[in-house]
Design a protein around this ligand. Structure first.
Ligand SMILES: [Zn+2]
Length: 68
């Protein structure tokens, strides 16, 4: 009842870092080659970027690391 017609088009997406669900309209998006990542805040985005970089250079440890 009532004359309020609401188009509820709030599609949620999941933050890549903290797995929180956020409305797509306020989410930060990062478009890769064939994927799109969503983030709830710039903090989560930066964390994800950092994590990615760390992963990419997993072979290089500290400068004084010696392998036996
Ligand atoms: Zn987040």
């Amino acid at each position: 009842m009532g004359g309020t017609k609401k188009e509820e088009q709030c599609s949620l997406c999941e933050c890549e870092t903290c797995c929180k669900f956020i409305p797509e309209s306020i989410a930060l998006t990062f478009e890769g080659a064939d994927y799109i990542k969503h983030f709830c805040s710039i903090t989560c985005y930066e964390k994800w970027q950092l994590h990615r970089k760390t992963k990419g250079t997993a072979n290089k440890d500290g400068p004084n690391m010696k392998q036996k």
